[in-house]
Design a protein around this ligand. Sequence first.
Ligand SMILES: *Cc1c(COP(=O)(O)O)cnc(C)c1O
Length: 752
Amino acid sequence: MEQELNALLRDLFGKTLETAQSAEVYDALMQLTLQKMGDRPRLSGDKKLYYVSAEFLIGKLLSCNLISLGLFEEAKATLARHGLDLASIEEEEREPSLGNGGLGRLAACFLDSIAALGLCGDGAGLCYHDGLFRQRFEANKQQELPDAWRGGQSWLRRTDVHFPVRLGEKTVLSTMYDIDIPGANGGRNTLHLFDLDTVDEGIIRDGIAFDKTDIEHNLTLFLYPDDSDGDGRLLRVYQQYFMVSCTAQLILHELTERSFSPKSLHEHAVVQINDTHPTMIIPELIRLLTQQYGLTMDEAVAEVERTCAYTNHTILAEALEKWPMRFLKQAAAPVVPIIGELDRRVRARTDDPAVQIIDEHDVVHMAHIDIHFGFSVNGVAALHTEILKKTELKPFYDLYPAKFNNKTNGITLRRWLLHCNQPLTALLRETIGPGFERDFTGLEALLAYREDAQVLDRLLSIKRENKEAFAAAIASLQGVAIDPESIYDVQVKRLHEYKRQQMNALYAIGKILDIRAGRVPARPITMIFGAKAAPAYTIAKDIIHLILCLSQIAREDPAVRPHLNIVMLENYNVTLAEKVIPACDVSEQISLASKEASGTGNMKFMANGAVTLGTLDGANVEIRDLVGEENIAVFGRHSDEVIRLYAQNAYDPKALMKNPAVARLVDFIVSDEMLAAGDRESLTRLHHEITTKDYFMALLDLEDYTRTKDALFARYENRRAWAQMMLVNIAKSGYFSSDRTIAQYNEEIWHL
Ligand SMILES: *Cc1c(COP(=O)(O)O)cnc(C)c1O
């Protein structure tokens, strides 16, 4: 490798490993990795999977690609011989900004596992230029900036594959970019990202504002641009139709290239639809099969019905996409007649208004297309799938019980353990041997060390080492000092009221008041938050403002400062996740029961030896079942009670505000002290929201949460017992390997 790297450095920059700058070494390593991947044959098979998703939150790729190629240790050693550190070289890489949060990160973990299992399956999505915004804090508020991640070198390879797509009145030509995904058996898969050459960053004005009607220039500028107005929503439909039209053309092109008949589509291709964003691939495939491949409508519908499978990611009503027919007529005109035909076919099957595709207001329900015309509907955790069957999608379950199945989410432990936590990986290799890296359920062998004082001490010292590394990273990134002796209590995820960062902030208020009253914690606490709020989601931005103001108040009060540090990470993304997760002691998974479909952050923390503080929601339920009650801290109302409260409209925060202990915390939001630190309008609006609506019932669980959290912090002082909890969590995390999830998708849905 040394010779290859030196040759590349000579060709590219006229330098060697001794003389090159970090950025040059990075470029050479990326080129070398690209070559090694490009030399590999594509994974092949009689049947091919297409994983279609509007988001792929892939993270930096250098280290993980090297791990998948089996070159990581060699690269590290080669660089080390020249006084270079792979981790600092990787700092040169820009993180691709192609996803919002969990859903996009799941798609990325899945691509990794599909390749690792040697399955023939490609991803398909959009190549956003500025992706999701980059977050900056100013005056305790979130600001959004474009994230121009494609500048300079990147992993994207422009191809000469182009497809014509109707865009409004015009037909445009797409361009396909590819990113290689190295996999098993020396093979590779590909992530295909579609773009339009006419898109122009020059139309972006201050922040992330741009002309939303200028589709030819804005189509792939941003991921999910502001959809608070009609033009933003319409642009989203344009994006979706462009994505699925390109993907459908690619699928049929590859099918016929492989000399298969279009009438055998379902035997040679399977399409996994990740949430409803790619739903229009169903009518688009039918359209192409009938108009360009000579199938009758009956034949095309039958073929597509056996090819497409749908994953549901949420029960939040506002996230189940519906588009007014006039949007589709403008942005996706070619599929409108097909959607009409599908609607007629559903009406012939059933007259239940709850399951129709086009409702009485001429609004199209995207999920309904997927469920009627896909062969599989899956939820993403056991509880979530049960709720879909029993409540949210019950009328569909009654119609098609055999279509419904569960696939509990997973994470690629190659990134979320081997790469991000190398000290722990080294300990695991020493104790249980390297076999767990091929089959992560092998991590269970660690349970044999539960009473081994040496291993328990090592676990604690590795955590300490990671906490110091994170403290150093955050000192240099944000100029914030944190104490590695303190408990690191971490809630990092997108900002949403159902995830209840506001409940955690109310806990922080309680702690500030306790400390001022002389009730100081046994050990300092560092409360770490990280979250981006959707640009048009006002209350979410108010919650960020609240947290930043509390952070300032705790920092500026000499009585509070030694005991409580509140840190809000700026621009939370995969790169930061990889730094904070290995350093975490307490993993906050506190969504209102029934609302978090699965969560995957919870799994990453567990694998890195954090103890979960959580509600019985999403995959937390499965974590509890695996580690046992004594190795997790559970609190809060159960999902059936929450569902009942919603059904009976029986929750009222005003009743809870009569409890003075609760009111004291909530009213602190609009105290003089807070209003001096922050913005009156924002804090008052948030206070009003919590005291009058509190739609996600933060006040309902607040007392139980506070009690459970304080008790968990107290348990931290028994270091040996805590280390045993860490050990059990790590040992049981193999179940959440996305290799397991993907093996189940393949056995039960894809049949590759
Ligand atoms: C894993 C991950 C998420 C999802 O976290 P949840 O806690 O499951 O919501 C979001 N963002 C990033 C950057 C992640 O790595």
